[in-house]
Design a protein. Structure first.
Length: 239
């Protein structure tokens, strides 16, 4: 059985850019739909349920950041921001609003396709076991259902957040260097993007920790990386 082609929604107010992206993605086997404004993008998102959104930052009326904010109110679809700006503030702003990655214009067809495939791999449901991990009486993680419960309440994690948490708890007690987390969660080609790790660790702490400024589950090993408290050891000082 031939697997269905992944559908990518391209949102840009420049027809030539849409044409360029369409040619290269279709050449690589993707289905492509398009929108020339943030409003059209939201309509397409509801009607066509794409697997991925490529979203330009600089658009009239609704810019990419505002469009992304509205997308995240209704969907967890993976989003890659397209921007002509290379400043870190813009990249971080997009990630904080819920983008999964960014590509800075001008970009090569090879880079674009590589980023799209990497994000789709990262956001696919992991082949997890049936284990339900009880960290303590406050935090439980259901690997099969991809659910996290804090104080008896279901906490919604984005796919990348869950994937990072999965690797941390599967290696509980061991320090995972920044480079290893980047390779496991984002892919080897992201080995220099250390700010991704810091940002998503912060997301997890905000959602899981009682006091994110004084974490007890996800601990920092300065200059090295992060580790999940070893919940399998009942004498662990953090628990």
């Amino acid at each position: 059985m031939v697997p269905p082609r992944r559908r990518v929604l391209v949102v840009d107010d420049e027809p030539r850019m849409i044409h360029f992206i369409r040619l290269n993605l279709e050449h690589d086997g993707f289905q492509v739909s398009e929108a020339t404004s943030g409003t059209q993008a939201l309509e397409q998102l509801r009607d066509q349920l794409p697997d991925m959104v490529l979203l330009d930052v600089m658009m009239p009326e609704l810019d990419g950041f505002e469009t992304l904010r509205l997308i995240r109110e209704i969907s967890s679809v993976p989003v890659i921001m397209l921007t002509a700006k290379g400043e870190e503030d813009d990249r971080v702003r997009g990630l904080e609003l819920g983008a999964d990655d960014y590509v800075t214009k001008p970009f090569s067809p090879r880079e674009l396709v590589s980023r799209v495939r990497a994000v789709l791999r990262r956001t696919e449901p992991a082949a997890a076991g049936s284990e339900v991990i009880t960290v303590d009486d406050r935090l439980k993680i259901d690997l099969a259902r991809r659910e996290v419960w804090v104080e008896g309440k279901l906490v919604k994690l984005r796919p990348t957040e869950f994937k990072m948490l999965y690797h941390l708890v599967q290696n509980a007690g061991w320090v995972l260097p920044h480079e290893q987390l980047l390779a496991k969660v984002w892919g080897y080609e992201y080995r220099d993007e250390t700010h991704y790790v810091r940002l998503y660790i912060n997301y997890l702490r905000q959602k899981l920790e009682k006091d994110p400024s004084n974490p007890r589950y996800i601990l920092t090993e300065r200059g090295v990386g992060y580790r999940c408290v070893d919940f399998r050891r009942k004498d662990s000082p953090a628990l």
